[in-house]
Design a protein around this ligand. Structure first.
Ligand code: 5RP
Length: 233
């Protein structure tokens, strides 16, 4: 199947995605888990889009009734384009969900948030009894954080406090506020916050909790100890 993002034309984007064949295979696999009446958490990123596309085909072909809980505006837009009805975490609880990841280690711990939707993604994952993490082979790493910084979402009022505390507690290699492509200013998340990309020397099992404990941190891109199942080819 050749995949074309229906948004590509509207957004004047080529629609090209990395490792597309592998992503399409896992997208197809996850679509088989859909049952009539399901409420499903829908992740962000290209693999999640492919999965939603495969799910939407099953929904149409088999007349299934489902509702999606999108983890970002991008995911909500994809649901709209693919005619998948949406609800919210306030109104419903997902039976299960799916999402992509930036890195997966041998203990199935993740780094997410390259797309900046980490907070809503974590809320949906933590609210679901199970989330399938859909990844191509490039996402598997021996050690988290070697190729990828850990994104930390921060209330702008707390940026100086959080930078200081991250430095004191973890002595990171580097710490940078994520800037807009134009470099005119910081990227602002959907919830109105900054993203700080932090390169740690070492990522330890308490770090997700320790980072979240700093006042002003909304959440980090470390996803440890959630009910996840990794799907890959
Ligand atoms: C967004 C994410 C994405 O799931 C992650 O970046 C994977 O993206 P893709 O499926 O396009 O490779 O964490 O915050």
């Amino acid at each position: 199947m050749t995949w074309t993002n229906p948004l590509a034309k509207t957004l004047n984007w080529s629609g090209e995605i990395s490792n597309q064949a592998q992503k399409e295979k896992v997208a197809q696999q996850v679509s088989y888990f859909v049952e009539d009446g399901d409420v499903i958490g829908v992740g962000s990123g290209s693999t999640s889009f492919l999965a939603l596309q495969a799910i939407s085909k099953r929904v149409k072909d088999e007349g299934l009734k489902i509702q999606a809980i999108p983890t970002s505006k991008e995911a909500a837009l994809n649901c709209a384009v693919l005619d998948v009805p949406v609800t919210t975490l306030t109104a419903a609880r997902p039976r299960w969900g799916f999402d992509g990841a930036d890195e997966v280690d041998e203990q199935n711990r993740l780094i997410k948030g390259r797309g900046g939707a980490l907070f809503a993604e974590k809320l949906v994952i933590a609210s679901s009894s199970k989330t399938y993490i859909l990844v191509d082979k490039s996402k598997f790493v021996k050690q988290l954080g070697t190729d990828f910084a850990v994104p930390v979402e921060v209330d702008p009022r707390a940026i100086h406090l959080v930078e200081t505390k991250l430095g004191e507690y973890f002595n990171p290699q580097s710490l940078a506020i994520r800037m807009a492509v134009s470099k005119d200013g910081p990227i602002i998340t959907e919830a109105g916050n900054f993203l700080v990309d932090v390169r740690f020397n070492e990522i330890t099992s308490n770090m997700e909790r320790e980072i979240s404990g700093i006042p002003g941190v909304i959440d980090s891109g470390l996803f440890f100890d959630y009910p996840l199942e990794i799907l890959s080819v």
